[in-house]
Each structure stands twice: as C-alpha cells, then as structure tokens.
Design a protein around this ligand. Structure first.
Ligand SMILES: Nc1ncnc2c1ncn2[C@@H]1O[C@H](COP(=O)(O)OP(=O)(O)OP(=O)(O)O)[C@@H](O)[C@H]1O
Ligand SMILES: [Mg+2]
Length: 375
C-alpha cells in the first residue's frame, strides 16, 4: 500500500481557484477523510490524485514516485464514485472482472481475485444479475468489489454512500471501514457529512474555501478545532461560542456573567485587547454541567429530547447569545426558567474573533478525550 503526498498542489479553472496550494501527506494504510461544505474543492482534490483532473501547479507522489503527469491507468489507484458507475449491459460478474480483463490478467488470477472479493463483500448471489436489478446498497458493493479486485495501491472514494438512504448508509459505513481494516488499503474518502467523517476517518482533513482548515484525528478536530470554521462545522450543533471581555482573571460574558479564567489561560488572554469582544469562549454542549450553584447562568429558551439526552438551548441574555447544553434526558426544564451551570475546565477553548484562530494555552490542559460520543 502506498503513501500519497501532495506538495503545493493547486487547481485553477481559468481564473477560478478551485484548490489553493495544498500540502498533505497520507500515510500508507491510513483512512483519511476530506470533509467540507459543497464547492470547497474535495472532488477536485481527489480527481487530481487519481489523474482524472490535471494539476495546475505542484506535485503528487505515490510513495516516492512522481505521478503528477501520469495517466490514471498508470497510477495504480482505484476510484469509487457516488453514483455507482456500473456498466448496465454487463452482469455483476462481468462488471467486477472488467478491470482485470482490461490489463490482460490470466483466467486463473481473475477467478481467484473474483472469489476473494465476492466472499469479502458477500455478493456471490448477485453475480449473474444485471445492475438494474440491484438495490442501491448492492450496487455500491459491486462498485467496491470492482475497485478491490484490482488490488490497487490506494482507494479514492467520492461520497460513495451519498446516494443511499440513511439506514443503508450506516451499515455500508461500517462495511467500508471493516474492509479497510482487513485490507489495510490507503484510502482517501470524500464526504460533506461530519458524522460520517468522525465515524470513519483515522484522520480528517477539514476543507473550506478551497483550502485546508485543519488536519487531525476525529478527537483533535472535535476538541481542539484550529479555528471558528472547524469549531462550528464539526459537531451537531457546533461548538458554543460566547463573546467575552477579559478583565484581570475574569472573563465578562453576556447577561452579566463572569467566568473565572483558569491559570493556564491567563497569560494568553491577558494579551487579547482587541476592542469590545476580546475573545470568543468556546465549549461543546457536553462541557457544561447544570448545577444549582453554577458559575454561569442563563434562561431556558427551548428544549429538545434527543433520546439519550436532552439538549437545552439557553440564552445568556434576553433571548440572545444562545448556547446548547446537554442535560439529563429526564430532567424537566420549563421554557423561561433560569439555569445555572459550570464549564468543565479542560473542555473550554478560546478564539480570536478577528483572525478566527484558536488561541493556545501556555500550558495546555489535559483533555478528557474519552468522555464523548459524537452525535
Ligand atoms: N470542470 C470545472 N470547471 C470549472 N469549475 C469547476 C469545475 N469542476 C469544479 N469546479 C468548481 O470548483 C469548485 C470546487 O468543486 P468541487 O467539485 O471540487 O467541490 P466539492 O467540495 O467536491 O463539492 P460537493 O460537495 O458539492 O461535491 C466549485 O466551485 C466548482 O464549481
Ligand atoms: Mg464533490
């Protein structure tokens, strides 16, 4: 399996910059997800890696081989698309073995590889059928089989589950991850669904506006977003943000709230005199703990039962500055009731409201990374 390296890879369509110069290294056997909103350049990046799209500037390496100008067929990479892209007039069997026939593999190799992938994906019963007879999930299994049968150095998948309904998507997600674990194949997987990215990626490359915002493990992008875009794009809802003004070791927040700044943040925050709002305080909904003697207070604006827990929308000040707080599913909060809460110190983050970048503590707090289920 191969390492994939992008060095200052850029794509222009005429004057339009679809991908700004990008550096990225994907390790051999890694499952990397490109995540970002529509139009941010995910597909273009993937197509440049595959060779389906030319690179305007920069270079792409597969292991130590420079492949920037090689034809897709010379790169030893398999591509799985969102819309199954099967040949409708061929049977499932013919569809799967087609890439091997195209490179003149022996009959024996073809039979052996076919039976391996068919077992792996449990689709033996589909072999004689035409694609038109298959469900969406089965079509995508066949498309995966056709990619796997080649034993490529790397797999590229562009929203391969996007056309499936929600129930199928979840089981196929697990199947693709399982296949990856069994094959240890270097995989680059594109999605705009952050839940899918969190569930599948060894690392996530968060993109927006044609550039990388952050590269990190799911826990890193969730707990330690590099900037406001990542803080809000990851998580459902995204990270809570409240504007604050630093005064000594207190942070003054909307609604007359005062938050005592932990010692490890004091030096960083004392350097943030930007004007009205010195910093944005950020915390995930599960970082707040409701408590009668809590340090901060607000008013219940709305409540939503999410099954395992209740999500409270709490306004810090007269229906403004609403933050989301995860609370016990059985707790009963009337709209308009006051609530007090504390923030778990190791889950509090700060951002510069002008540059939008995360601030760094002088002494980073230990992070309890196991506490949260991503939902
Ligand atoms: N062949 C092309 N010619 C001109 N512009 C293009 C071309 N292909 C893509 N673009 C533009 O480049 C930008 C990035 O497109 P791309 O398809 O990579 O986005 P994406 O992140 O995959 O989005 P989506 O989630 O909608 O698939 C978009 O603004 C798109 O309109
Ligand atoms: Mg796309």
């Amino acid at each position: 399996m191969a390492t994939i390296q992008l060095r200052q890879v850029e794509k222009l369509f005429g004057e339009f910059q679809a991908v700004k110069p990008m550096d990225l290294t994907i390790q051999s056997g890694e499952f990397v997800v490109l995540l970002g909103p529509s139009g941010c350049g995910k597909t273009t990046t993937l197509r440049m890696i595959s060779g389906l799209e030319t690179v305007t500037h920069g270079d792409i390496y597969l292991d130590d081989r420079l492949v920037t100008w090689l034809h897709p067929s010379e790169r030893d990479i398999a591509f799985v698309f969102q819309f199954f892209a099967l040949y409708p007039h061929m049977s499932v069997r013919q569809n799967i073995v087609f890439p091997l026939q195209a490179v003149g593999a022996s009959r024996e190799t073809i039979e052996r590889r076919l039976s391996e992938v068919v077992d792996l994906l449990r689709i033996a019963h589909l072999l004689p059928l035409k694609p038109g007879k298959l469900s969406g999930g089965d079509k995508q299994r066949v498309a995966l089989a056709r990619a796997l049968v080649r034993r490529p150095a790397a797999f590229l998948m562009d929203e391969p589950l996007g056309a499936l309904d929600a129930e199928f998507r979840e089981s196929m997600r697990a199947e693709i991850k399982q296949l990856h674990i069994e094959q240890e194949a270097t995989t680059v997987y594109v999605t705009h669904d952050q839940v899918e990215a969190m569930a599948m990626g060894d690392r996530i490359v968060v993109m927006s506006d044609a550039e990388i915002q952050q590269v990190g493990t799911p826990a890193e992008v969730y707990y330690d977003p590099a900037n406001l875009f990542v803080a809000q794009f990851i998580g459902s809802p995204g990270m809570n943000l409240a504007p604050g003004t630093v005064a000594g070791d207190l942070l003054s927040l909307p609604g007359g709230n005062n938050y005592r700044i932990a010692p490890e943040w004091q030096e960083t925050l004392s350097n943030t005199q930007n004007g009205a709002a010195d910093v944005l305080l950020g915390f995930r909904p599960e970082a707040a703990e409701i408590h009668v003697a809590g340090e901060l207070s607000g008013e219940v604006y709305a409540t939503e039962l999410h099954g395992a827990y209740k999500m409270l929308h709490v306004s810090l000040q007269e229906e403004h500055d609403v933050v989301h707080i995860r609370s016990d599913r059985q707790a009963d909060y009337p709209i308009g009731a006051g609530v007090r809460f504390d923030l778990k110190p190791d889950m509090v983050r700060f951002f510069n409201p002008h540059t939008e970048a995360a601030l760094l503590a002088k002494r980073p707090p230990p992070v309890s990374r196991r506490e949260v289920v991503f939902t």
